[in-house]
Design a protein around this ligand. Structure first.
Ligand SMILES: Nc1ncnc2c1ncn2[C@@H]1O[C@H](COP(=O)(O)OP(=O)(O)OP(=O)(O)O)[C@@H](O)[C@H]1O
Ligand SMILES: [Mg+2]
Length: 295
């Protein structure tokens, strides 16, 4: 457990506290408070343990435990309805777990809200891409960044110069991300005009605007034609090699994820992790073959 002083009142606080007990300040607002240089290197990017979740009487997650090392690309696979997306929803703070724990870069994120988890470096995409259809691709990328000056009307009027400067920087950043994804030629197209594959790439671009250190991607290539699906996967690998980002990818198609060079794979079935290992180990696993083919 790490300790520090509350940036607001100076009270001694520890990393499991979300709010300062003395002044109520949001302690995870400043990730630098907790992610020390050495700690950052040591901690796993993600560590979830014993996650249980029921909806009504239906036990969807039955003690899910998995981890992602720094700079690792990990696949999460399993048949329809086995609980993959629910696992992501718990990790990203969208729904609370009934029990179990979530740690992101060594920080206890079990009871954090999605925006707090985002501040400590985790971003996710959704299974059904949620772009703003009436906005251009560029505008879709410009909305998410945090702490935009124009957010408050007062600042938009009184800090016009700073606002313009920030806008210029964000547009430059958005174009460098679109260049990296090789889609800058569609920057001014409306999101409603894009193909499924292009939408997936724009969605990836949108989460990159918040400088994530850990990406959770929910079926980033589902419904995407072969060559474009390969391209999305290659870009994910490049993100790791260029920026050191760690990635957890849900993919329904077992053959695809095993072919595309992830470091490790977790296989879920009926709310549990059935087996984990390298793609080679997974290919040989009898349990996996049974879960998928019902043999
Ligand atoms: N909010 C909810 N309320 C009730 N049931 C839910 C809820 N969310 C998920 N479920 C149920 O939990 C089970 C697991 O769903 P989940 O979406 O996590 O599966 P999945 O592994 O992502 O499947 P797919 O491969 O089809 O995307 C399903 O039976 C689903 O109907
Ligand atoms: Mg799903």
């Amino acid at each position: 457990m790490m300790s520090a002083n509350c940036p607001s009142c100076g009270q001694k606080v520890v990393d499991t506290m979300i709010e300062c007990p003395s002044c109520g300040a949001d302690l995870h607002k400043d990730p630098k408070l907790w992610i020390k240089k050495d700690g950052d290197m040591d901690a796993k990017a993600l560590e979830i343990e014993g996650i249980h979740k029921s909806f009504g009487g239906f036990h969807v997650l039955k003690g899910v435990t998995l981890d992602v090392e720094p700079h690792e690309i990990v696949g999460l696979i399993g048949p329809n309805g086995c609980g993959k997306t629910t696992t992501f929803n718990v990790i990203s703070g969208l729904i609370p777990a009934d029990s179990g724990s979530v740690k992101v870069f060594g920080i206890d994120a079990t009871n954090m809200k999605p925006y707090q988890i985002n501040r400590i470096g985790l971003s996710r995409t959704f299974q059904n891409t949620r772009l703003w259809k009436d906005m251009t691709v560029l505008e879709n990328l410009l909305v998410p960044p945090k702490e935009q000056i124009g957010f408050r009307i007062r600042d938009a009027i009184l800090r016009r110069k700073a606002l313009k400067e920030q806008e210029r920087e964000l547009i430059e950043k958005a174009f460098s991300i679109l260049d990296f994804l090789e889609i800058s030629h569609i920057a001014f197209n409306y999101a409603s005009e894009l193909s499924g594959g292009q939408s997936k790439l724009v969605d990836l671009g949108r989460v990159l605007m918040s400088d994530p250190k850990l990406l959770l991607l929910d079926e980033p290539v589902a419904g995407v034609a072969g060559p474009l699906a390969n391209k999305v996967f290659n870009k994910i690998h490049e993100l790791r090699s260029r920026l050191g980002i760690s990635v957890l990818i849900i993919e329904h198609n077992m053959d695809f994820i095993l072919r595309k060079g992830v470091d490790r794979v977790f296989v879920m079935n009926r709310g549990e992790v059935l087996v984990s290992g390298t793609p080679l180990e997974i290919k040989k696993s009898r349990d996996v073959i049974e879960a998928y083919l019902g043999e």
